[in-house]
Design a protein around this ligand. Sequence first.
Ligand code: RM4
Ligand code: MN
Ligand code: MN
Length: 420
Amino acid sequence: MMNILNHNEALLAQHTRRLDFLKSEVNLPAGILQKLKDFQIAIPSWALGTGGTRFGRFSGGGEPRNLEEKIADVGLLHQLNQSSGAISLHIPWDIPTDPAAVRTLAAQHGLAFDAVNSNTFQDQADQAHSYKFGSLQHVSAATRKQAIDHNIEVIKHGVELGSKALTVWLSDGSCFPGQLNFRKAYERTVDSLREIYAALPADWSLYLEYKAYEPNFYSTTVGDWGASYSMVNKLGPQAKTLVDLGHHLPNANIEQIVSILLMEGKLGGFHFNDSKYGDDDLTAGSIKPYQLFLIFNELVDGMDAKGMNHAKDLGWMIDASHNVKDPLEDLLQSVEAIQIAYAQALLVDRKALEEAREANDVVRCQEILQAVFRTDVRALVAQARLELGGALDPIALFRQENMREKLIKARGAKTVATGL
Ligand code: RM4
Ligand code: MN
Ligand code: MN
């Protein structure tokens, strides 16, 4: 057990000073703390170990060796920040062999199961057909069927865990011009997705994630939000687009994409991370915090316009990989960055912004947004954590308690977690 109370007591005077200052500077809208407290961000089961590139992997030790230890890691994060109350599983990297026990264990840590993810981008040892040339788009019906069946299997696992969504990310595409008939690949993918969609329980969603390139380097069949959007529209109301922040070509205006998808009722969920060049899977907010804020600005605006519940009506997940940081510290940083962007978006004076827009007062529009972005809301986010029983400074406490050393001692220095 970590000593959260002592930790908080030692920091309380400083925290109160910071919060009082913030309150003296800005008008906190009613209910903002409750919204922050309700907002939970799911942790990916595949990001609890050290990531790597094709050049190497440098483990920090103490990585979770199985699903139970992964749940324990997410439980630890949640204990520290009270905002990571869900886990998203990737199958077959994590197969819940005893779902009832896994569910009970998660509940003991206060965790729910967010979207389950299928994997048809790697070949498994026991599978009959290879995904080398795609899965749901494959020229062979037998390969497509195998991939469809896998997705249906993943839904079944999710049902047993109380999950409510399936995330489909396909690496399908081509590496060279001429390799693929784009139209056939598109149609085969939609036909395959239709079969998966037909197996969805009535209260489930299917999130179709897009990605511009990698591992295919010439074309990706679900390569951008246009492809995903047109496909989910064909599938039906339970199918929506998932936005992974690292899956766009450089300089894409992600906030505008988010705004349109939301307006069209086709935004399903998020994979948060940050990137400089491509699918870098870096800590959320580490490279482009202003972009993250602008995305949340559109989210809050668009969700409020539709009367949506911020915490529940979209899937909030992190998708990250940690090459040089402690994965747990990295995830704590990501969650905090997301909360900061959300808190700032809640502070935007929407009435004033709309008036400035209608008056074509471009300068005022920028002033309104940037004044909020430059406001230090960390004390507000910390207050939400404090009221929920979390730590005022989660990373500091993680270090004070020597959590990584303890994990290495319990699990070993050379453990390798499944995942990326
Ligand atoms: C992909 C994509 C998917 C994730 C895999 C591991 O690039 O982001 O969401 O499941 O990586
Ligand atoms: Mn992703
Ligand atoms: Mn990715």
